[in-house]
Design a protein around this ligand. Sequence first.
Ligand code: GLN
Length: 305
Amino acid sequence: MDELLERLIESNRHYTTAGKLANYIPELAKANQNELGIYVVSSDGRTSFAGDCQKNFTIQSIIKPILLLLALMDNGEEMVRSHVGVEATGKPFDAINYTDQTLLSEHLNPMVNMGAILLCTLIKGQSYSEKFERLLELTRTLAGNPDITVNEAVYQSEKRTGSRNRALAFLLKSQGLLSDDVEEVLDCYFRGCSIQVNCKDLANIGFTFANRGRRPVSEERVFSARFAHYVNAVLMTCGMYDGAGDFAVRVGLPAKSGVGGGIMAISPTRMGIGIYSPGLDQKGNSLAGIHVLEDLSHTLYLSVF
Ligand code: GLN
């Protein structure tokens, strides 16, 4: 397996320079575009890795499945679904859909920004900093890494420049869908996106979703199998935004991307996969990362279709 991963990294490395670094969050534009790494956790307990898999990067939108999971754990499926629906948007992650359709809860999706911002309000906690601490703690538990922290520079950079997310949050507020203070809600969202991880962390988190809520090796249950089904289904239909259909055909796995260059992919019952390469395609997904996943999926017959 290590050999296969090495081969896939080397044969796809030329794609790293074809992508574009996210620069709308200025701090992300400082990444090294040539980097490409992968880490795989398999159901037999084995781990394999290749390339720049030890590099740290911010989780960005890959926090969304964890946010959704925590909202489900705190409130149950019915309550979450009544606030944030599950229908795919077919739109970019920061799209303002309001012009196309009336803004209703059922048109919000937890994997795009508007839905994820609203999810922050559903997390239990006395304050938004307590809500965030619980999100960070769940991330650490899923990754099996107590040292995970926030990248302060990225957090400050995103907080300073996040006008688009402010617009989305105010739109929710204007529709009566969000009642709390917009800045406080966004602070939780921005901090969540700025959590720093590596490929191994993403592989471990992904494995827990693949393993229906149980952690690797110890098989300790963190959440119910039902919630794993729920999150995986949403990831399959909207985890890669308006690239979800193309990704389903090419790779065929539930997955979540982030503009930091990470991808977490889930092969149900088989493996969790963490990938990093910061050059993005036009939809904001890691370009080289998708190519590596496509080859891995073909080689190991991972597509769920
Ligand atoms: N923090 C980013 C944003 O809200 C996350 C987007 C992403 O990773 N696609 O714009």
